[in-house]
Design a protein around this ligand. Sequence first.
Ligand SMILES: [Fe+2]
Ligand SMILES: [Fe+2]
Length: 172
Amino acid sequence: MSSHHEHSVRHVISKTHGAHVKWSESYSMKIKEIDDQHKGLLDFVNDLFNHVSGSEIMERAYFKSVIQQAVEYVKTHFATEEKYMVMTKFPGYLQHKKTHDEFVLTVIQSAKDYESGKRFTLEKLAYFLKDWILTHVAVMDRQYGDYFKKIASRKADGKLSITKEDVKNSDV
Ligand SMILES: [Fe+2]
Ligand SMILES: [Fe+2]
């Protein structure tokens, strides 16, 4: 069997396999609480891809069963980041929080639109969330990640610890 043939067989079996996201150390903010939440978000996106079946009825039922919990998870994550940003006096806080708030509203509005009959495909939604999350982590979250790195002290395991002392001693 040629490798080309093997590739196309795999492609048919799992249409969205290549779309799955894998955690990479480059996404790490070196804060376990935040890294764990980002991993949880990527798991959620991968679960969406796993449930792409092409049956709108099944995909809608799945979406309905997970959306509320997902929104709560996202809100908790954003609140965690905002807590760190306020605590460390991160200068980009207001702009970052605005982006979070707008994203939550977009997701809630989309869920309402689907509820009221707007055409729905889980794959499109999964791609939208994947792109938004990865871009947000790589660009905006990275900004506070770099800021934290500047002001925090490093523990023996390489993780960062942000204490009141770190904030007080920072010259930024
Ligand atoms: Fe984040
Ligand atoms: Fe964020």
